[in-house]
Design a protein around this ligand. Structure first.
Ligand code: ZN
Length: 133
């Protein structure tokens, strides 16, 4: 089963709002707009913001490749390596993973807790924002 938004107006509203919020966030953090896009809806933006701030504190070079939702999970792609020389997750990898895990529990539109956790098809929505198709 796929979760889809309840109404078209809510999609338009959240998409429009999130575009300007996303531009504003990257500008504030002095991160260049990623080549492959920054496609995040407002419910996840606070988590993404904290994640990007933590990456910067950890020494990230601010080269962002892409931010998006895929299979109801947050994806943050950076150029810098997320593993150490032994192949283990480094601090950058850990910070990104914690951001992904936080989004697993949250509705990407409204930011409230999501009844269906983790990955799936369609949108990452709480029951109030979504319906099954
Ligand atoms: Zn919601």
């Amino acid at each position: 089963m796929t979760m889809m938004p309840r109404d078209r107006k809510a999609i338009d509203e959240s998409t429009r709002n999130s575009y300007f919020n996303n531009v504003f966030l990257l500008t504030r953090l002095d991160i260049p707009w990623p080549e492959c896009g920054f496609d995040a809806r407002p419910g996840w933006l606070p988590i993404i913001e904290v994640t990007l701030e933590r990456l910067i504190t950890a020494g990230w070079d601010k080269k962002l490749d892409q931010v998006k939702q895929k299979f109801c999970q947050l994806r943050i792609y950076i150029s810098q390596c997320e593993r150490d020389q032994n192949g283990f997750e480094n601090e950058l990898g850990l910070i990104i993973r914690q951001g992904v895990e936080a989004c697993d529990k949250v509705c990407e539109v409204c930011g409230n807790e999501r009844e269906r956790k983790g990955c799936g098809m369609g949108w990452a929505l709480c029951n109030a924002c979504g319906k099954d198709e």
